[in-house]
Design a protein around this ligand. Structure first.
Ligand SMILES: C[S@@+](CC[C@H](N)C(=O)[O-])C[C@H]1O[C@@H](n2cnc3c(N)ncnc32)[C@H](O)[C@@H]1O
Length: 289
């Protein structure tokens, strides 16, 4: 069988099961360790039988709901490869937009100053590692409650040569215990309402960690808990940046406006026009009145 025949066969396997045909190319490129351009030069080459067996196995696993990222072991985020497994959320493109927005806001507010940062619920380390690599003035901490997730994040930081200080704990408690304050708090917490569990795609519901997905009945549990902890950790001048789920932005913005009455709050849309990011920044003093 040639590479092209394998691609065609795999694509029609996927199409027949209403799965995404590009997965075929993704898998084959992974086996052959080539980029797209190189693959196009190899279409008439024979493909080794072991890769056909692997392809057949992986396609059947994918058809049962296993995400392709779990089959190949990584996802790309901000142009870098992050190892993923069943213990971490597969980083999503919306979160890349959050990372860009956070960088822009920090540049406006802090210019060349050193910026202490914490990423809460770091998962694969996608946010914390990217911020550390993209912004040399950032001193990045990352917290997760899951030991298994931290193991993956630490491995990614090592592979990508990022300097991130990882802490295990519940929300901001590790910093509260150390009485440590930071200028920038970023989080993509679990925010899916438990009431939506049944409607979730099988590859998400059955293969991604529930600790990373669900934020209580209405999805807002962690934001509510954040509001009592944030004032203890944020510096006088700071930035708080959240990713939120569909229809949550206005509610989370109102929570932040109440907790930080002197700060500017802002909602930003993602590339598809949905309100998916909420910020509070500037003067983070508490309302003493
Ligand atoms: C939606 S995932 C985000 C992962 C990663 N930051 C990303 O954007 O791809 C949420 C993460 O929060 C962690 N988490 C859940 N509850 C937590 C808590 N109470 N304290 C700290 N981390 C928590 C989960 O283990 C998971 O890794």
């Amino acid at each position: 069988m040639t590479v092209q025949e394998a691609l065609r066969w795999a694509s029609s396997f996927l199409e027949e099961r209403k799965l995404e045909p590009p997965v075929a190319e993704w898998l084959i490129r992974h086996y052959l360790q080539v980029n797209r351009t190189k693959l196009f030069t190899m279409l008439q080459d024979p493909i080794e039988p072991k890769w056909i067996d692997q392809l057949e196995h992986d396609l059947h696993e994918h058809a049962k709901g296993v995400p392709v990222q779990h089959l190949i072991g990584y996802e790309e985020f901000f142009g870098r490869r992050f190892a993923v497994n069943k213990h971490v959320l597969i980083p999503r493109p919306e979160t890349e937009e959050l990372v860009v927005a956070v960088g822009q806001l920090a540049a406006k507010l802090f210019r060349d100053e050193q910026v202490t940062v914490v990423d809460v619920g770091t998962g694969s380390g996608a946010i914390s590692i990217t911020l550390a690599l993209e912004h040399p003035t950032f001193e990045v901490n990352a917290i997760d409650i899951s030991e298994e997730a931290l193991f993956v994040a630490q491995k990614n930081a090592k592979n990508l040569e990022a300097d991130v200080h990882f802490l295990k704990g519940d929300l901001l408690q590790p910093l509260i215990n150390q009485q440590k304050k930071v200028k920038l708090i970023v989080s993509n917490p679990p925010y899916i309402p438990l009431t939506d569990a049944e409607q979730l795609a099988v590859h998400v519901r059955d293969h991604e960690p529930h600790l990373a997905l669900f934020g209580g009945q209405d999805g807002l549990d962690l934001y509510r808990r954040f509001m009592t902890e944030l004032p203890q950790v944020i510096e006088q001048t700071g930035i708080i940046a959240f990713e939120v789920g569909i229809n949550q932005a206005r509610i989370v913005e109102a929570m932040l406006a109440k907790a930080f009455p002197y700060a500017t709050t802002e909602i930003r849309n993602d590339i598809s026009g949905k309100e998916r990011m909420v910020f509070a920044y500037g003067d983070m003093s508490k309302d003493e009145g």
